[in-house]
Write a new protein. Structure first.
Length: 71
């Protein structure tokens, strides 16, 4: 079975650990799993298309807001 997992970040906290655990369990049971994330802190693609990262593009005001919000 082909399964698509979607998560906002790749490495940060509990949800990211959970989605990686789910991916590993599904792959161990013979499923074809692809993980899609939207994380600015990593490169575009990891794991030969088993993980696709699509970093969001922001204008200058959104970048400033995100920097202030994360502090």
């Amino acid at each position: 079975m082909k399964i698509l997992l979607v998560n906002e970040l790749y490495t940060f906290g509990g949800a990211e650990v959970q989605v990686k655990l789910e991916k590993d369990i599904l792959e161990a049971n013979g499923h074809d799993v692809c993980l899609v994330t939207f994380d600015n802190s990593i490169e575009k693609n990891i794991d030969d298309n088993k993980h696709i990262n699509i970093p969001p593009t922001y204008n200058i005001f959104q970048k400033l807001y995100n920097k202030i919000k994360r502090k």
